[in-house]
Design a protein around this ligand. Sequence first.
Ligand code: PNS
Length: 160
Amino acid sequence: MKRIAVYPGSFDPPTRGHTDLVHRSLVLADQVIVAIAKNSTKEPLFPVDERLAMLRAAVGEDTRVSYQSFEGLLVDFARQVGGTLIVRGLRAVSDFEYEFQMAMMNRHLMPGLETVFLVPPEDATYLSSSLVREVARYGGDVSSLVHPVVAEALRRRFAR
Ligand code: PNS
C-alpha cells in the first residue's frame, strides 16, 4: 500500500528549510502532499495560490510531490487524501511545546495518524517565514534563505 505523508503549514513564504523538509520526507513516504492551510489566524503576506506556485518552483519537478490547499481541520484533510503521516519540522526546543500539543491533538482527533518530526539542515535552524518576511520588508538580503522565485516575489511585494 502506498504511504502518503501530509506536510502542512502556512508557507508564507516557503523557505529553504521547508523545501529541504519536502525532500527529506520522501524517505518516509511514497507520496508527499504539501498542504497549505487557508484558515490561518494570521493575515497572510501572499495569497494561497502564490504560495503554492512558489513551493512548486522551489521544490522542483517530482512526481512524488503534490500541492494542495485546505480549509478546516488538518485531520479531515489527511483523511480525505488518505494520509497516514503528518510531517513537521522541528528547529529548536522553542518549537517543541506547540508542535507537541498539535501532534497530541491531531492524534486525539484521528487515532492512527502519526506525526513525525524532521530536523532541518544546521544552517537553516534559525530560519522562519516570519523572519524572512521581516528582513525582506526592510530591504535585507534573503537570497540565501529562499529560492530565487521567492526572493523575487518578496522584492516585488515590498517594492510597492
Ligand atoms: O506553518 P504553521 O503556521 O506553523 O502551520 C500550522 C498548521 C497550518 C499546520 C496548523 O495551524 C494547522 O494544522 N491548521 C489547520 C487547522 C487545524 O487542524 N487545527 C488544529 C491543529 S491541532
